[in-house]
Design a protein around this ligand. Structure first.
Ligand SMILES: *[C@@H]1O[C@H](CO)[C@@H](O)[C@H](O)[C@H]1NC(C)=O
Ligand SMILES: *[C@@H]1O[C@H](CO)[C@@H](O)[C@H](O)[C@H]1NC(C)=O
Length: 213
């Protein structure tokens, strides 16, 4: 098989959680009772601008509320999102793919842009991981280099021994800058950004990991 991985096997595979493994967008949509998806997208876009510009951690819950306020949404939207956090759903193939990777002996990790409480809930929905590092624990939101460094430290692995599964374009660039090899599970067809090109880009997790499974 000719794949990007033909001569290289990572020791660990590290995932973005809220976009690459879970369908967190659906939960944002569902938190708005009236018009739904379009307003949710504007809210989430504002949220991403806030996290992108933030770098050092400020409470996730606060950013979710502030983003809603900035775009003129009722306070019920962020409240509903946070209350329903435990209803996050993995993308359909995720549980099986993670089980298979584990059987193949890979160590699995997660680095996620949220609070410790919400990150623990969300990671538990996706599967079992050797390590989970949230922005609250590392003190930094992705794509800060420190956020990626924190999961490498937690797992005791070097960047060159890791395959990173990104969920969004900022993550592709951030993980690449942190010296990891990157594939992009681009489930919802987000546009590319910046100079970084992933080893592979696909709309399903198993396809993104082709050659590693
Ligand atoms: C986390 O931050 C990265 C970089 O800004 C961004 O690409 C990603 O979408 C963020 N994810 C969430 C769920 O906030
Ligand atoms: C990645 O590195 C490039 C080159 O140093 C820099 O311009 C860019 O802002 C960095 N991006 C991220 C997301 O860290």
């Amino acid at each position: 098989m000719t794949t990007p991985s033909s001569n290289w096997r990572p020791k660990a595979i590290i995932f973005d959680l809220l976009t690459a493994l879970l369908d967190s967008w659906a939960l944002w949509d569902a938190s708005i009772t009236s018009t739904g998806a379009e307003e949710a997208q504007i809210w989430r876009k504002r949220y991403l601008e806030l996290t992108f510009g933030t770098g050092a951690y400020v409470p996730y819950e606060q950013l979710v509320h502030k983003a809603a306020q900035d775009v003129g949404l009722a306070e019920s939207a962020p409240r509903t999102l946070l209350e329903n956090w435990g209803k996050l759903q993995p993308w359909p193939e995720v549980v099986q793919v993670l089980e298979q990777l584990r059987l193949q002996g890979y160590r699995l990790g997660v680095v996620t842009n949220c609070s410790q409480r919400l990150g623990t809930i969300a990671a538990g929905i996706a599967g079992n991981f050797d390590a989970v590092v949230t922005a609250e624990e590392s003190g930094f939101y992705k794509p800060s280099k420190q956020a990626y460094q924190a999961i490498l430290t937690a797992m005791g692995v070097q960047a060159q021994d890791v395959l990173f599964v990104a969920g969004s374009p900022g993550d592709v660039e951030g993980a690449t800058n942190a010296s990891m090899k990157v594939v992009w599970h681009n489930k919802i067809g987000l546009p590319r950004k910046g100079q970084s090109v992933p080893l592979r880009e696909a709309t399903s997790l198993d396809d993104a990991l082709l050659g590693f499974m």
